[in-house]
Design a protein around this ligand. Structure first.
Ligand code: PNS
Length: 158
């Protein structure tokens, strides 16, 4: 059984993330979305809220599981019996950081492979931080995040 983990902060999940989840779920028997719960000290959404939102927008994908993790990604991958780490790349700006992380994770545990997937070009400009900035200015989030969670994001800025 081929199990992959797709880690991130997902504060909140965007359509770019969802696109990677949908595509990666077709490549592996199981895809575990890992929500880092102790990364940013000041997240907009709690780890539980982020997990719930991702579960809600991935109900149609029956081989996708969502869980939180703290600590090292390679330890989380091990706990899920995963052998692959999936990451999405949007632009060359993502490359340097992701390259460093992939090499570090490889050094920490050579059993895991990091697989990079190119973003769908229509989502290449979307990031969770841009979504939050836009939401703060009461901007239109249609097309940037799954429609099911737009109301929940807006509520945070009311
Ligand atoms: O969505 P993000 O914030 O870019 O995701 C970053 C994430 C969660 C993938 C990264 O911060 C991570 O893997 N953190 C866990 C700690 C870890 O293993 N770091 C690398 C070795 S120090």
């Amino acid at each position: 059984m081929r199990i992959a983990v797709y880690p991130g902060s997902f504060d909140p999940i965007t359509n770019g993330h969802l696109d990677i989840i949908e595509r990666a779920s077709r490549l592996y028997d199981r895809l575990v979305v890992g929500v880092l719960s102790n990364g940013n000290k000041n997240p907009l959404f709690s780890a539980e809220e982020r997990v719930e939102m991702i579960r809600r927008v991935t109900v149609h994908l029956n081989n996708v599981e969502v869980d939180t993790f703290t600590g090292l990604l390679v330890d989380f991958a091990k706990s899920k019996n995963a052998t692959v780490i999936v990451k999405g790349l949007r632009t060359v700006a993502d490359f340097e950081y992701e390259f460093q992380m992939a090499l570090l994770n490889k050094a920490l545990n050579p059993e895991y492979e990091t697989m990079f997937m190119m973003t769908n070009t229509k989502y290449s400009y979307i990031s969770s931080s841009m979504v939050k900035e836009l939401a703060g200015f009461r901007g239109n989030l249609t097309g940037l995040v799954p429609s099911e969670i737009i109301g929940q994001i807006k509520e945070k800025y009311e």
